[in-house]
Structures are given as C-alpha cells and as structure tokens.
Design a protein around this ligand. Structure first.
Ligand code: ADP
Ligand code: ADP
Length: 225
C-alpha cells in the first residue's frame, strides 16, 4: 500500500525534510503519524502525494512507483487517495451536497451514479439533514465531516488526513477520529497526521512518531498484538 525504502528529502536550501526513512503501511491499516512542528510530517505526506519528489530512495503507493513516476500519471495516483485538510477547504458558495458532488463531477461520474453516492456518503458522516446547508452554516466539526464525505465519495483505497482535528473543538475531535475509525473498518487505509498526543493516546492504533526527519518510534497496533 505505502512503502518507503531508504527515502531522504533534502530541500534546495540544504534542509533535511526526511533522512533515510524506511517504513511499510499495509492495506487496511489505520495509522497515526505523530510529530512536533518541523519534524517532517508534511514532507512525508507530500512525498506520498507526489507534491515533492525524494532526493534518494524508493516510494511505492497503491501500486504506483511514486519515486519514478511520470507527471502525467500523477492524477491517477491522486484519484486513488482521498485527502482531508486541517482547514477543510470546502467551496464556500456551494452547499454541502454540491461540495461532495463536485468531487465526482470532476472525475466525470454519471449523474445517476452521483445521486446514489452523494447521499450514501452524507449518511455515513451523519449529515443527510444538512445537505442543503452552506459551509458557513455549519460548525467546524460538521465542515470537517463534509470534507471527509468529499474525500470518500470517489471510493479511494487510502484516506490521508492532515491534522484533521487542528481547527476543531477538542470535544468534537474524537468524533472525527471515531468516524475515520468506522471508515477504516470497511477496508479503507487511513493515515492521520497529528501533533496531538493527548487525542490519540486514547486509541490503540499504530503510531509512527517522526522527529528530526527520522522515525523515532513505530508502536504497533495494540489490537493486533
Ligand atoms: P512538519 O510537517 O512535521 O511540521 P515539515 O515536513 O514541514 O515538518 O518540515 C520538516 C523540515 O523540513 C523542517 O526543518 C522544515 O523547516 C523543512 N522544510 C519543509 N519544507 C521546506 C521547504 N520547502 N524548503 C526548505 N525547508 C523545508
Ligand atoms: P449496494 O449494495 O446496493 O450497492 P450500498 O449501500 O453498498 O448499496 O451502496 C449504495 C451506493 O453507494 C452504491 O451505488 C455504492 O456503489 C455506493 N457506495 C458504496 N460505498 C461508497 C463509498 N465509499 N463512496 C461512495 N459511494 C459508495
């Protein structure tokens, strides 16, 4: 699913983003990537999404050889993943339904399919009742659930959540993690990046801790040991 073999990323100014990282994440895992600011978490995600290319090493994601892929293959890679951002990135002048539907329209999904899939994912995140609401009429937690529905609607095999609870009230943060957990239970791989130790301490998932561009620790999923 995701494999890094001796991956280093050196930025043009000489700063190391990652140093000789090797790690493997299997299909169906739910992994937290933990680390303080500047640790290398974003670099890790950018390499997975082919937003940055490694200076050395090999990266494989969803059967794509990301480290040596051609630019024209990148859209195919991106379509195999759903991405959730800290700042939601909803389209402000579209209602909830259209924000989710838009993700399908851009991939040319037929309207008939769209009418089944959008309500299906809105139901999954508990927002069917808010389908006609505009993003500004929703709480932060609800906006993040819309973003999650949008990430899911193309049926990606991998969801990448980049600090998804960073702009949400602490009480609602667990709700988002629980939702990711239920999405994971139906087979989607989840990679959630965070610096919130307190939040993830309550969960038994695998935790990959990154510091200074290297993997400081890799705690296995306690449910499977
Ligand atoms: P995190 O996401 O954990 O905060 P980053 O991956 O953003 O960490 O950063 C890792 C290191 O790489 C930091 O020292 C950061 O300053 C550096 N870095 C990140 N992006 C760039 C860039 N475009 N150019 C130079 N250095 C960068
Ligand atoms: P069925 O078994 O009749 O397909 P489901 O409840 O599994 O019913 O799915 C209802 C609709 O939602 C189907 O069109 C299905 O393809 C679609 N669907 C299922 N999972 C997802 C998903 N993760 N994202 C978007 N659409 C989905």
């Amino acid at each position: 699913m995701i494999e890094f073999k001796n991956v280093s990323k050196v930025y043009p100014n000489g700063t190391y983003g990652l140093k000789d990282v090797s790690v493997k994440i299997e299909q169906g895992e739910f992994v937290f990537v933990l680390g303080s600011s500047g640790a290398g978490k974003s670099t890790f995600l950018k390499l997975i999404m082919h937003e940055e290319t490694p200076t050395s090493g090999e990266i494989t994601v969803n059967d794509f050889k990301v480290s040596s892929m051609k630019q024209k293959e990148v859209p195919l890679l991106r379509r195999s993943m759903g991405i959730v951002f800290q700042d939601f990135r909803l389209i402000p002048n579209m209602n909830v339904y259209d924000n989710v539907a838009f993700a399908l329209r851009v991939t040319g999904t037929p309207t008939r399919e769209l009418r089944k899939r959008v309500p299906f994912v809105l139901d999954l995140v508990g927002l069917v009742d808010k389908a006609k609401n505009m993003p500004t009429e929703l709480s932060g937690g609800e906006q993040q659930r819309v973003a999650l529905a949008r990430a899911l609607v193309n049926k990606p095999s991998l969801i990448i959540a980049d600090e998804p609870t960073g702009n949400i009230d602490p009480e609602l943060s667990m709700e988002i993690v629980d939702m990711l957990d239920s999405i994971n239970k139906v087979g989607t791989t989840i990679l959630m990046v965070t610096h919130e130790h307190e939040l993830i301490r309550r969960y038994e998932n695998r935790i990959i801790t990154i510091e200074n561009g290297t993997i400081l620790s890799d705690r296995p999923d306690w449910r499977s040991v």
